[in-house]
Design a protein around this ligand. Structure first.
Ligand SMILES: Nc1ncnc2c1ncn2[C@@H]1O[C@H](COP(=O)(O)OP(=O)(O)O)[C@@H](O)[C@H]1O
Ligand SMILES: [Mg+2]
Length: 304
């Protein structure tokens, strides 16, 4: 194989999902980091023409910074497998499982992890609620809190179901966990650390995620060391239960001593102020180090 720095690396970002804008920002940050480290990088804003664009670019590796939809659910990963181009992050199956919150919940439970109690609604006519309100209603495969609502009154339930169903059935209805929100960063086999997310809004919704000043981030979380360690172990177990590779960010809810796993994000935000890069500083990686480690991990994985 060529010297790493001569390999042409395509930073694939953009896409057509609801998270397109965020993805472009991450893509640009990754692209700049690669240039600073002397890599032969190209920035690519890909859409439905991804296959054509990749062929024409002649890239030898894809750095994936696509969030949501076919950028994160295994589809583009499968296309790159067929084309014989190594790519960063999780493989086809792990990507698909992580994107599907129903499939991932089942695997978390099988791995002995706690998940909020839930049921699946397959149509709008839900007449009985097995839990007390509030409940959280969410699509089974979206990100960035798109389509997620917290329902406190029965009369708002239908509207929440319809909002989530815009992204397809079934819709997940789960018990609302009144706890602290902890996110843990994983890099292959290493737990990087964590952050506590304290939104000033009702929950960590799209606005809280992307509007500066609307959420407080505590790095590392101010929780007892023993509990922090348990959060790290739970996150690593969740990452492994889905067979993930590379960098992931695992969303947890902590209520007293109970740790609930919400999801594993296989293509976490990668702007310099995104959570995973912030968490990585706890393990001694600055932004450029993190990007370079991801490249090294990818090479190792595809050599095997
Ligand atoms: N069961 C729950 N109890 C309390 N809050 C929740 C629950 N599920 C989700 N949330 C809130 O909604 C946000 C988004 O939910 P999540 O399952 O992580 O989906 P997404 O893929 O959109 O990030 C979480 O960060 C949290 O603030
Ligand atoms: Mg989340």
């Amino acid at each position: 194989m060529k010297m790493l720095r001569q390999m042409k690396i395509g930073v694939l970002s953009g896409g057509v999902s609801a998270e397109r804008e965020v993805s472009l920002k991450s893509g640009e940050a990754v692209y700049r980091a690669l240039l600073r480290r002397g890599y032969n990088a190209v920035f690519m804003d890909v859409g439905r023409d991804a296959c054509e664009q990749i062929k024409q670019s002649g890239i030898e590796m894809a750095f994936l910074v696509l969030h949501g939809g076919w950028g994160e659910n295994g589809a583009i990963q499968g296309m790159l497998e067929i084309m014989g181009i190594p790519y960063t992050g999780s493989g086809v199956l792990a990507s698909a499982l992580s994107m599907d919150k129903v499939a991932s919940k089942r695997l978390f439970m099988q791995a002995g992890l706690k998940v909020p109690e839930f049921f699946l609604a397959s149509s709008l006519d839900v007449e009985q609620m097995p839990f007390e309100l509030p409940v959280v209603v969410k699509p089974s495969s979206e990100g960035s809190s798109v389509g997620v609502s917290i329902v406190e009154q029965w009369e708002d339930f239908q509207r929440a179901l319809s909002a989530a169903a815009r992204y397809g059935w079934p819709v997940i209805v789960e018990r609302y966990i009144r706890g602290r929100e902890i996110q843990i960063g994983i890099l292959e086999d290493e737990v990087l650390g964590g952050v506590e997310v304290r939104p000033k809004r009702k929950f960590y919704d799209y606005t809280a995620k992307y509007t500066p000043g609307s959420t407080e981030y505590i790095l590392p979380p101010e929780i007892p060391p023993g509990i922090y360690e348990q959060c790290k172990q739970a996150a690593l177990r969740a990452h492994r239960a889905l067979g993930c590779s590379g960098a992931t960010r695992v969303d947890l809810l902590l209520k007293d001593e109970d740790i609930y796993v919400l999801e594993v994000n296989t293509i976490p935000g990668m702007t310099e102020t995104s959570l995973l890069p912030k968490i990585a500083t706890l393990a001694g990686y600055d932004f450029d180090d993190l990007i370079e480690r991801i490249i090294e991990i990818t090479i190792k994985r595809f050599r095997k």
